[in-house]
Every structure is written in structure tokens, then in C-alpha cells.
Design a binder for this molecule. Structure first.
Ligand SMILES: [Zn+2]
Length: 254
């Protein structure tokens, strides 16, 4: 409600600032409010989703299970089918919305994290785990935080021949090369340059070259596209990478 012109000079400046802030807040909330129902492939919720992130992404979060766009894209690929993730399965920095559902489906499921509670407290750059120990590894939005040359080689080493790494990262497909700069070290500068205070790069198309250099022979790309983007509120063009370690030659020891 706007004040009459004659009353405005009588309103204390602090109250005027508060009113302006509140007006901006409610305009922002209205701008990001959901209007169209969506469907969550993870929990089955059908209805309005809600915004998430800074800046807010409209309909990013399912109001049934809290899943974000990338979790729903992962689940559309996985489809609740254990054959997609041959065991034993290792899940780095597990997203709780996925872990809650994967653990009962996958008998040999292990979570891993260096900082949070998990089955294994390990560093992705040097896990100390035996060669070829896992049939599948899930690693979403981790590689942009770490020395990815070390981490990718380590993931390849602990995968069994024929095993698969399922991963996603922040990537700008319009960039040929990854943007990284080791001299950018402060939290503020990293947030400015790489999108978050603890990111050390923003990937470009050469993300695939890095995976190949680590030994992954085949990389399949699952892309959020077409009507599924609308139905399930996915981020257009977002990708899940399914990276295959070469199977052992017939007759050779695994
Ligand atoms: Zn859901």
C-alpha cells in the first residue's frame, strides 16, 4: 500500500528503508513462485515445486522430497534399476535425498565423505582403498572442489574393470576449456570466479578430455532435454556423465 504524498516526509527514514526492503522481498518472492505443477521421478510428488539457490531458480526443489534438478536427472537415468549401478557401490559426498533411496535398493552400498558422517571417511584424491574394489561410483558435484587429476585417476583405479563412474559437475558447455586459476585462493574470490567459496574451477567442454586422460574409455552423456525438462523441472542441458572403465580382456585376470 502506498502512502499519501503529504504523509511521506513524516515517516522516519529507517521505516522508509524497511518498507522498501519488504517491497523488494515480496516482489522477489512473487517472481520466483511456482505456478505450474511438476512431477518428481524420485518421490512421485505431483504439484507445485519451490525455488532454491542464490539467485533463486524457479521450481528447483521438489516439495515432496527436497530433490533438486540434478538429483531428478540422475534418477531418470537410474530409474530405480539396480542393474544400472553394479555393486559394490561407492557414493562420494552423498546427497541425502539419493542416499535414502539407494541404500535399500543396493545391498553393497557405501557412502564416503572426508568431512561429514559416512560409512567411509576418505579423501577422494587418495582413498587408500584396494584396486578394482567397486562396480560403480557416484560422484556428483565433488570434482570441482579438489585436485581432479588425482581424484579422477583414483576413481578409475578403485573401479573394477567394466565398472562405471556416474558423475556431474558445474560445466559451461559454451567454453572449450575449463576455467581455473591456482592463484585465486580466498573464499570471496573463489565465489566470484567459480560460483562457490570452495570451488576451484568451472569446467568447460574439456571435462571429457580430463576423464579420458584418467583412463575412462567410454563416456555416455545423459542430458536434460525435451519435454522432460518441463515435466520434471530439470535444468535445460544439464548432464550426468556415465564413464566406463574398460572391461578386462577375455581370459585376462580381472
Ligand atoms: Zn520429490
Amino acid at each position: 500500500m502506498s502512502l499519501p504524498v503529504w504523509l511521506r516526509p513524516l515517516v522516519p527514514p529507517a521505516l522508509r528503508r524497511w518498507r522498501r526492503r519488504e517491497a523488494v522481498k515480496s516482489a522477489l518472492l512473487e517472481a520466483v513462485s511456482s505456478t505450474q505443477p511438476r512431477e518428481c521421478p524420485i518421490c512421485g510428488h505431483r504439484g507445485l515445486f519451490t525455488h532454491f539457490g542464490r539467485p533463486p531458480r524457479i521450481d528447483a526443489a521438489c516439495t515432496g522430497c527436497g530433490s533438486l534438478e540434478r538429483h531428478r536427472l540422475f534418477w531418470l537415468w537410474f530409474g530405480g534399476n539396480p542393474a544400472q549401478l553394479p555393486g559394490p557401490v561407492l557414493h562420494f559426498a552423498p546427497e541425502r535425498v539419493l542416499e535414502r533411496r539407494l541404500r535399500p535398493l543396493l545391498p553393497d552400498y557405501r557412502s564416503a565423505d572426508l568431512f561429514e558422517a559416512a560409512d567411509l571417511r576418505i579423501d577422494i584424491e587418495r582413498t587408500g582403498l584396494p584396486d578394482g574394489a567397486f562396480g560403480a561410483i557416484i560422484c556428483n558435484h565433488v570434482l570441482e572442489h579438489v585436485d581432479d587429476t588425482l581424484a579422477m585417476a583414483e576413481l578409475h583405479r578403485i573401479l573394477a574393470p567394466g565398472g562405471r563412474l556416474v558423475c556431474s559437475v558445474p560445466i559451461v558447455e559454451g567454453w572449450g576449456r575449463t576455467y581455473e586459476d591456482a592463484s585465486i585462493r580466498s573464499r570471496e574470490e573463489r565465489a566470484l570466479h567459480f560460483g562457490r567459496f570452495d570451488h576451484v574451477r568451472w569446467y568447460g567442454q574439456d571435462f571429457r578430455d580430463r576423464l579420458r586422460a584418467a583412463g575412462f574409455a567410454r563416456i555416455d552423456e545423459i542430458t536434460a532435454e525435451g519435454p522432460a525438462v518441463i515435466t520434471h523441472a530439470l535444468m535445460p542441458g544439464e548432464k550426468v556423465f556415465v564413464c566406463h572403465r574398460e572391461a578386462a580382456p577375455t581370459g585376462a585376470p580381472a
